[in-house]
Write a protein that binds this ligand. Structure first.
Ligand code: HEM
Ligand code: HEM
Length: 229
């Protein structure tokens, strides 16, 4: 089962594929759903942050590292390895098929996600652990997304779009790879599902972002953290 450097292995490729759905895909779906509490206002969103803050540190760390961190890191790093090996030939006019374009976008979206996630996790979870939860309370999001000439809001909106595309296309590919969609008809059905899923997840993430922008924080991030102590 050892993977020779420079050569893909069936086992690791299957594990990579699975790790895109479990836990990464499921995590993203629940993550955007919980973030969309911002639409209901600052107290509801801060309640979610407070819930995670109330989980004992050893349990939270075990979940963050074991259940989420390691699989995402594996998926990302092995994904870069697959991308670097892939023969992306869409630029050749002979190979300009829809499926080829989608294949190319899947690889590019993976590379973009890798960079976006490093920036995102550093400024959220890592910042919360090193400098306190003030970095991720509603007021901090409101300030971050409405400041800097809305540049960070734009980056997040693009990030959500890229992540949704990667996951939606991934579901379609996953169903084919694992023999869930074999016939032409079932592959078309999964493709239609993936399309609507892409629209739904994008709107969920954009809705969450809109919630942070439109609603005003009732308390500053420092006040929220102080009340929780
Ligand atoms: C609407 C856009 C998003 C917002 C507002 C948002 C918000 C947050 C917040 C508040 C945290 C810190 C959680 C905590 O430490 O308690 C976090 C962490 C994280 N986010 Fe996001 N996020 C967004 C989009 C995404 C997307 C699209 C992904 C892709 C899968 C993602 C992946 C992660 C990961 C992996 C972590 C680290 C989780 C951990 O270790 O606890 N986020 N995000
Ligand atoms: C961290 C950066 C990431 C990179 C570099 C990356 C890279 C890749 C690559 C190259 C593939 C295609 C594998 C193949 O067809 O051979 C893939 C598939 C997939 N990815 Fe990612 N990915 C990343 C993050 C994510 C995230 C955050 C999610 C979930 C939200 C995700 C979900 C999936 C799914 C569901 C598949 C389909 C699995 C399959 O092909 O059977 N990926 N990823």
């Amino acid at each position: 089962m050892a993977m020779a450097i420079g050569r893909e292995s069936f086992f690791w490729h299957k594990l990579h594929s699975l790790s895109g759905i479990i836990p990464t895909g499921f995590y993203m779906l629940q993550h955007l759903t919980l973030n969309s509490f911002s639409i209901a206002g600052s107290e509801k969103f801060n309640g979610v942050i407070g819930f995670f803050a109330s989980i004992p540190t050893h349990v939270l760390l075990a979940l963050e590292i074991g259940v989420l961190g390691v699989p995402i890191l594996f998926h990302g790093v092995y994904g870069l390895f697959i991308t670097q090996r892939a023969d992306i030939n869409y630029t050749n006019p002979k190979y300009r098929f829809d499926r080829n374009r989608m294949f190319m976008l899947q690889r590019w979206s993976g590379v973009a996600l890798f960079l976006l996630l490093i920036a995102h996790v550093t400024t959220t979870t890592v910042a919360a652990k090193t400098s306190g939860h003030t970095a991720i309370e509603f007021a901090a999001w409101h300030e971050k997304l409405t400041g800097h000439g809305y540049l960070i809001l734009l980056l997040y909106a693009i990030g959500v779009l890229v992540a949704s595309y990667h996951l939606a296309y991934g579901i379609w590919n996953f169903c084919i790879r694992w023999g869930i969609a074999i016939s032409e008809v079932s592959q078309r059905r999964v493709q239609a599902f993936a399309f609507w899923f892409f629209i739904f997840v994008t709107l969920l993430g954009w809705g969450a972002l809109a919630g942070f922008v439109v609603n005003k924080p009732t308390l500053s991030a420092t006040e929220v953290v102080a009340m929780r102590l």
